[in-house]
Write a protein that binds this ligand. Sequence first.
Ligand code: NAG
Ligand code: NAG
Length: 415
Amino acid sequence: MAIKKMGLVFIATCFLGLIFEPGRAHGSTKSDLFMSHGSDLPVAQTPPLVGICESFVAVHGYPCKEFKVKTQDGYVLTLHRIPEGRVKGSGKIRQPVLLQHGILMDGMSWLLDSPDLSLGFVLADSGFDVWISNTRGTRWSRTHTSLDPINPAFWAWSWDELVEHDLPALFDFVHSQTGQKLDYVGHSLGTLMALASLSQGKLVDQLKSAALLSPIAYLSHMTTSIGQIAARSFIGEITIWFGLAEFNPIGEAVATFLKALCAYPGIDCYDLMSSFTGKNCCLNVSTIDLFLQYEPQSTSTKNLVHLAQTVRDGIIAKFDYGNSETNMKYYGQSKPPIYNMSSIPNDLPLFLSYGGQDALSDVRDVELLLDNLKFHDGDKLTVQYIKDFAHADFVMGGSAKKIVYDALIAFFNRW
Ligand SMILES: *[C@@H]1O[C@H](CO)[C@@H](O)[C@H](O)[C@H]1NC(C)=O
Ligand SMILES: *[C@@H]1O[C@H](CO)[C@@H](O)[C@H](O)[C@H]1NC(C)=O
């Protein structure tokens, strides 16, 4: 029951940022992300603060190294590298692959199941040189050359900046370390980051092929009642985002908000988890347990507002400042520029895997994306549809190895 409830807290918070109460959502100023949230909701245990390499990789017999990568706008990101698998390599050059997690998660997402089932380990054991990203604001990437996370300016970014700064910095770094083009795997927001980048012609010369799991691009078909309530509340977004900073999903403000939401007519909190991600078919209780212990992770409220705009507007565009003057100031036009998915180079090998039960990456939204990719070279686009999978199954599902990762690895090896 405790697990179920915590899962609910996490999943609910995924999109609750969209409907945050103004004035309440001041950021947590503690670097410890595992504070209890002072309500009758269950309390996450505080895991010891050791690095991912020590506590999650080396213990399984894999080599692991940590790097710091500075973005052009001053964030210092932690990048983890698993250069080879449990069996020492032949010295043959290994293909680098960058793993980009989704929103409210971090690099741990790829390591939560047993080594035989988690993508980070599976790739290392399959001959890849694995690089694991941790997006700005998450546990291992909360440093900036001049800003502190206590400062709201630290949180003044949305996924536009992840496209503009985080991904290019990571690609440049891995490319310079390995001298090779990268393979890329994104989950959830990690897919939107890649799609938006590629639509602008970014990363293209450093990328060999990309795999997109539970792809997020269009978001307008999220039809759960939660999604609808969120959509109706978007009106106030401009007044709320400005003063807001960190969105800490296990902070007190979210817990308070969740209580209010659960009192909302028509919201069944017992079933909240399923109504957010869709019904995940294949999550192992021990994996969920680990997830709840180490995740979810902070993001910026502005990032959630930007996603909310994508839900509301049905287009994929840059952050909307809400009035033509401010948009003009930032973009030189009254509406935010669009990311045109049809501009993704047609000859770029793409692997796309989506689930029939996924409430965030709705089948109809994925079909819209696929329609934008209809001129993609046929042999360069591999699409996999998994009827039983929901959002979290792609990173944490016990059957993902057999159903998704094996196909993904075969795809990478083909190019
Ligand atoms: C869940 O994970 C544990 C530990 O890795 C494993 O022993 C067990 O077989 C898994 N259960 C299922 C249903 O996959
Ligand atoms: C998007 O790009 C495609 C192909 O380059 C083009 O045909 C289409 O008009 C563009 N759409 C928009 C809205 O700019």
